[in-house]
Design a protein around this ligand. Structure first.
Ligand SMILES: Nc1ncnc2c1ncn2[C@@H]1O[C@H](COP(=O)(O)OP(=O)(O)OP(=O)(O)O)[C@@H](O)[C@H]1O
Ligand SMILES: [Mg+2]
Ligand SMILES: [Mg+2]
Length: 503
């Protein structure tokens, strides 16, 4: 399948070379309609059911700019601390590719809507690394080709290519970094952290769900090496459409090792696009890359220039949410957890759920405990996102409240959650229907306690002799006999009372 390429061990590559990276991230905006026409953007529609003369580039069709698309672009630019152009145009980027029905992509070239910004990213050890942003510009997505037939199902060897233009014309924002220098051996980690932070930012802005696995956000990883101490950049390779955080990190790492192998053996890097392969983490050659002039960029004659009024831009600046990194650090302190624990919460997609649960009245440790424990396990088992589980933060807060007031113990609380997930109703309804209340009534517990003492005379003697810790075994026996519904603390008190021992 993939051609085997010599690689230099990672540490050796870094001993002789300094990596330079450039990340281009494409984000599909969640607008209702396409960037230049009124076609719907919903996913999953029948192929070629969401197309019109404009997005198919038929002669005589005229595009119109999607105002929400521009607003999203400005908000992204502002959140990235960019300057916003007072006046800018779209440009035609001309190239032939079957998934691009117009034979050009409407993009922006030397007049991007946002430029000169930065995004601070936090690395695993807590250090903050600033990634400078060159520009964020508006453009449109291409269609989708599927290669079928033949032996491999890949483009080479397939007998047919099927084209679906539903995606053609969906608004994209392309965010391009300046060359990232000075990351050294941490370049792959920086790349991953940058894309992760950008994704959080995009989600916080509400402009896209930014689901990488669905292609709503994808990253091109440009990478070159220069001999340590050298000023001039080396020739870059560009690994296209990397679609997970882990893959971004792996692609950068692989390219560092591959470039080092080529350069160390006296070879030269070809400026080309490359494809990343999830299975073995390798990249293979794509096409030799056009230079900008090959695209014959020129200003789009069919679209008016975009001139965002200053007051409007300032108004949008006022609506920006708290930056995700700062919000995470604030919550981390409020919840009293480590950076590492916060990372797990983030990875689980649980930040907002925990916040909502605390807002519904739970304390942060309980909210975190349920979402990161029982519920994370369930989501994992069912292969769904935590947020997709059929339980609300208010439900979780109610369970936590029942535990806090002593009506439920841990085990019963888990059964209550199980009932809610099974669609049996609200936590109170589940408790009622399943009869899950903790039994703390002495009358009801007394018999079980007596039985436990009678059934374990040796343990009872130990306790009488002063070994209070041994009471745990008897508590366990009572819990078992009452199918977990006894109030464990009260049971222990009763046992000690019965045996005439001070607690
Ligand atoms: N020698 C280099 N080594 C590593 N990164 C580089 C180098 N030169 C430029 N870059 C980075 O590579 C990226 C290039 O993206 P850009 O969109 O500007 O151009 P492109 O890749 O030629 O165009 P396209 O949008 O068609 O892919 C930028 O992030 C830039 O900072
Ligand atoms: Mg680019
Ligand atoms: Mg590029």
């Amino acid at each position: 399948m993939t051609t085997v390429t010599d690689l230099v061990p990672y540490e050796d590559a870094l001993a002789s070379f300094d990596p330079v990276m450039g990340l281009e991230v494409h984000v599909e905006l969640g607008t209702r309609t396409k960037m230049f026409c009124g076609c719907a953007t919903e996913l999953g529609a029948d192929p070629n059911s969401q197309v019109c003369p404009t997005c198919l580039g038929l002669p005589g069709a005229l595009p119109v700019v999607n105002a929400t698309g521009v607003e999203s672009a400005v908000r992204i630019g502002l959140a990235l601390h960019c300057e916003i152009a007072e006046w800018c145009r779209f440009a035609r980027k001309n190239y032939f590719y079957p998934d691009m029905p117009k034979n050009f992509q409407t993009s922006q070239y030397d007049e991007p809507i946002a430029y000169n910004g930065y995004l601070d990213v936090q690395l695993e050890d807590g250090e903050v690394f600033r990634v400078e942003i060159e520009r964020a510009h508006m453009e449109e997505d291409t269609g989708k080709s599927t290669h079928v037939g033949g032996a491999t199902g890949r483009i080479h060897g397939a007998s047919h290519s099927l084209l679906d233009y539903n995606r053609a014309g969906i608004p994209l924002i392309e965010i391009v970094t300046k060359p990232i220098v000075g990351a050294g051996e941490r370049a792959p980690e920086v790349a991953k952290a940058y894309v992760a932070e950008l994704r959080e930012l995009i989600k916080a802005l509400g402009v896209s769900e930014a689901r990488m696995e669905m292609g709503q956000m994808r990253c091109d990883v440009n990478l070159s090496l220069r001999p340590s101490g050298e000023e001039r950049f080396g020739t870059r390779s560009e690994t296209k459409n990397v679609n997970s955080l882990r893959s971004v990190e792996r692609a950068a790492r692989y390219e560092i090792q591959r470039h080092a192998a080529v350069l160390s053996s006296g070879g030269a890097i070809v400026q080309e696009t490359r494809h990343f392969h999830e299975d073995d983490g390798s990249t293979t050659s794509g096409r030799v890359k056009e230079e900008a002039e090959d695209y014959r960029y020129f200003p789009e004659p069919d679209l008016v220039p975009v001139a965002p009024p200053k007051e409007w831009v300032e108004e949008l600046r006022g609506t920006l949410p708290e930056l995700p990194r700062l919000r995470r650090n604030r919550l981390r302190e409020e919840w009293g957890i480590t950076q590492h624990e916060m990372q797990s919460v983030l990875n689980a997609g649980a930040v907002d759920l925990i916040v909502a649960t605390t807002e519904a009245g739970a304390d942060a440790p309980s909210a975190r405990k349920w979402w990161m424990g029982e519920l994370a396990r369930r989501a994992n088992e069912d292969g769904v996102d935590l947020a997709a589980l059929p339980i609300t933060p208010a439900d979780v807060a109610r369970v936590a409240a029942l535990v806090a007031e002593g009506s439920l113990n841990d085990k019963l609380a888990r059964q209550t959650i199980e009932g809610v997930l099974a669609g049996e109703g609200t936590p109170d309804e589940v408790v009622e229907k399943r009869g899950l209340k903790v039994v703390s009534d002495d009358g009801a517990l007394g018999a079980a306690v007596d039985e436990a003492i009678a059934g374990n005379p040796a343990v009872a003697d130990k306790i009488r002799g002063g070994k209070v810790a041994a009471a745990g075994a008897l508590v366990g026996a009572v819990m078992k006999a009452t199918r977990g519904q006894a109030d464990a603390a009260r049971v222990k008190e009763l046992i000690l009372e019965r045996l005439g021992v001070e607690g």
